[in-house]
Design a protein around this ligand. Structure first.
Ligand code: 5GP
Length: 357
């Protein structure tokens, strides 16, 4: 059988090693000197390969989606030293209005998102006149486009000091290209793994997230950069696995949606409460921001009614508690130590859940 697989691999360019998602593995417990979760610190301090700035906080990011990357979410997440990636439809006017109405705005915990068009660039420059931008996130769905590296260089020239993030990609060569030639500090990793994502279905393209993280983290760390694991977090355990695989930051969309603080009306159906969560390339988002969806593209995002979850702070504390607990099981005193304390075991069943809840 092996020789047949090798033959197929040779003829069809098949990579025959098995790529893994979070639910394919568990983290093996190890002897630990930690006796309480309270002994674990979740803060991490970073120096970057290009930016001269440093950053300290909990390396979690709310996704730059309409439903999670908002100024209102920032007001809550900043209390936990978590970053909110504002979605790219924030204009200088919206940000100014927020500041004028005494809204909290701590630029240490905000990233400004930009696409790669001239209009996007102009918007970024205008925002930089209103606030002291620390993080810039250059975000396109397909980070393999040649244009992305050129745009990164343009942003780096205009913003030599700032911490620049770019993505999304899922393989070593593009991580190196973005850090070395694009002069970015952090690469955003993940294609097709998001909860509101239809890319794998519509295009057949993607890469299991844990393997993407392991490969890309190794590449980034080799050249002094960092990565964000973006997409596919379904529970606190997944976040620990992402750190275990080498992710420096973890970005969360769906799991941070559906709260009081997320935008959108509360929907009530048959006595149950929901909030709308949708992909940024869904027809819903396209219609909202562009009036319609161009004929040449198909919707690569889902619209989901997520059960109402109450206060975002409770969800965040549940996640932070989960990561602390992982640390006590593997003797990691802080998030930075998780990868060196992690050994994954490959499993055929992640959870024993006879009650389906
Ligand atoms: P989640 O945490 O919900 O699993 O994943 C969030 C990530 O999904 C986002 O940060 C972004 O990378 C990705 N995403 C958001 N909207 C869309 C979309 O419409 N299509 C696709 N393919 N990915 C999306």
């Amino acid at each position: 059988l092996n020789s047949i697989i090798r033959k197929i691999a040779h003829n069809m360019k098949l990579e025959s090693d098995c790529k893994l998602d979070f639910n394919n593995v568990l983290i093996r417990p190890k002897r630990s000197t930690l006796s309480s979760r309270s002994e674990v610190s979740l803060e991490r301090k970073f120096k970057f390969p290009h930016s001269q700035l440093t950053w300290e906080g909990i390396p979690i990011m709310a996704a730059n989606m309409d439903t999670t990357g908002t100024l209102k979410m920032h007001q809550e997440l900043v209390k936990h030293k978590i970053i909110t990636c504002l979605h790219k439809f924030h204009t200088p006017e919206i940000i100014k209005e927020h500041i004028d109405s005494n809204g909290v705005l701590d630029t240490n915990y905000i990233t400004i998102t930009t696409g790669i068009s001239d209009t996007d660039f102009e918007n970024l420059v205008q925002i930089s006149k209103v606030i002291d931008i620390k993080f810039i996130c250059i975000d396109i769905a397909n980070g393999y486009m040649e244009k992305l590296v050129k745009y990164c260089q343009r942003v780096r020239e205009a913003f030599p000091e700032q911490i620049i993030i770019a993505g999304n990609v899922v393989s070593r060569e593009m991580v190196e290209e973005l850090i070395l030639n694009g002069k970015v500090d952090i690469v955003k990793v993940g294609i097709g793994g998001g909860s509101a994502c239809l890319t794998r279905k519509k295009t057949g393209v993607g890469m299991p997230q844990l393997s993407a993280v392991i490969e890309c983290a190794d590449a980034a760390h080799g050249v002094g950069g960092y990565i964000i694991s973006d997409g596919g977090i379904t529970c606190p355990g997944d976040m620990s696995k992402a750190y275990g695989g080498g992710a420096d930051f973890v970005m969360v969309g769906g799991q941070f949606a559906g709260h009081e603080q997320n935008p959108g009306e509360l929907i009530e159906e048959n006595g149950k409460k929901y909030k709308l969560f949708y992909g940024m390339s869904s027809s819903h988002a396209m219609n909202k921001h562009y009036g319609n969806m161009a004929n040449y593209r198909s919707s690569e995002g889902r619209v989901i009614k997520v059960p109402f979850k109450g206060d975002i702070n409770d969800t965040v504390l549940d996640y932070l508690g989960g990561i602390r607990s992982t640390c006590t099981y593997i003797n990691a005193h802080c998030i930075k130590h998780i990868p060196k304390c992690t050994t994954f075991v490959y499993v055929s069943q992640q959870l024993n859940n006879p009650y389906n809840n």
